[in-house]
Design a protein around this ligand. Structure first.
Ligand code: PBG
Length: 335
């Protein structure tokens, strides 16, 4: 005899019939204080240079960045993460370590405009090197150029220190160099900055979803790609856990998975493996541009798709979301 079905005693739709009941049983919440807004800074004055592949995003001069920082603070955002585009790039990415470099100017301006706002910096060399790679190069033999891990580590320590000296509240190394978190932690500690947290891009894939960002930050590699340092998307999820474990052992305070949408399985696994560690998901440029493009055609509703996607990242276990929509989301949440 067939087992009797629970229906009609059990009806899932009872939890959905009334808007207030739907609200009552939600467990995923988006809040402005969990959102981080990425901003691109360049030299000049009064510049808001639209980024072609990212409608609604701009390369900002320092004065304009200060306005954005004020807006972000007024909206109650969790923070801003800054990317610098220097006027002069060289093989070592020197501008990133200089007191009057573009990023250092940006940090000071943001802190002055909005002292209570968390100012985070992306610590990497790809925006600052003329070859567009995330560190200094060496010849692996037979003219095969590659990023020199250990030589880059020394410079990463200097870059992070210089950002902190300019006033950065939190440091986010994104270069996928082995040992980067440890070296930065040690450098900051030696100089007395032991209270500055590190949010490591621990699990960062060599992803085609970064395409529009490279336009925005003018950081496209001039040859080759980033596959010798960023993770292979097709590798087992166990490698992501290993990357997270190593960065935590080196002293990372928060860890990140990047990109977000195609890697929610990884977000879930890391959040379950390290439930006590804050986990950021980076809703990257390609994820942004795809939605913008489809919305501009009238094919999808931007606000609904964004809220649903960011909600999914939270549901997968992210505590913190880095998104180009941070300001809009904060506004949508109050309307
Ligand atoms: C490296 C960095 C990149 C992004 C954030 N930090 C680019 C890369 O690794 O090529 C991409 C972010 C995005 O696509 O939105 N400094």
């Amino acid at each position: 005899m067939a087992k009797p079905t629970p229906f009609p005693r059990v009806r899932m739709r009872r939890l959905r019939y009334h808007p207030a009941v739907r609200q009552l049983v939600r467990s995923v919440q988006l809040t402005p204080s969990n959102l981080i807004l990425p901003l691109f800074v360049r030299s000049g004055k009064q510049i808001r240079q639209p980024i072609g592949a990212m409608p609604g995003q701009f390369q900002l001069s320092v004065d304009q960045l200060a306005n954005e920082a004020r807006d972000a603070a007024n909206l109650g955002l969790g923070g801003i993460i800054l990317f610098g585009i220097p006027e002069h790039k060289d093989s070592m990415g020197s501008d990133s370590c200089q007191d009057d470099g573009i990023i250092q100017q940006a940090i000071r301006a943001a802190k002055e405009a909005a002292p209570e706002l968390l100012v985070i910096t992306d610590v990497c060399f790809c925006e600052y090197t003329d070859h567009g790679h995330c560190g200094v190069l060496h010849d692996r033999g037979a003219g095969q150029m590659d990023v020199d891990n250990d030589a880059t580590l020394k410079l990463l320590g200097q870059q992070a220190l210089s950002h902190v000296r300019a006033g950065a509240d939190l440091i986010a190394p994104s270069g996928m160099m082995d040992g980067m978190v440890g070296v930065i932690r040690e450098t900051l500690d030696q100089q007395g900055h032991y209270h500055i947290p590190i949010m490591s891009y621990a699990v960062k894939y060599a992803s085609a979803f970064y395409g529009p960002f490279r336009d925005a930050a003018e950081s496209t590699p001039q040859f080759g790609d980033r596959r010798t340092y960023q993770m292979d998307p097709m590798v087992s999820a166990a490698q992501a856990l290993r990357e997270a474990e190593l960065d935590l052992e080196e002293g990372a305070d928060l860890i990140m998975v990047k990109p977000a949408l195609a890697y929610l399985d990884i977000v879930r696994q890391i959040s379950e493996t390290y439930p006590g560690t804050p986990l950021a998901a980076y809703n990257v440029s390609g994820e942004y541009s795809m939605v913008k493009a489809a919305a501009a055609q009238g094919w999808i509703d931007e606000q609904s798709v964004v809220m649903e996607s960011l909600g999914a990242m939270k549901r997968a276990g992210a505590t913190t979301l880095i998104t180009y929509w941070a300001k809009e989301v904060a506004q949508w949440l109050v309307t």
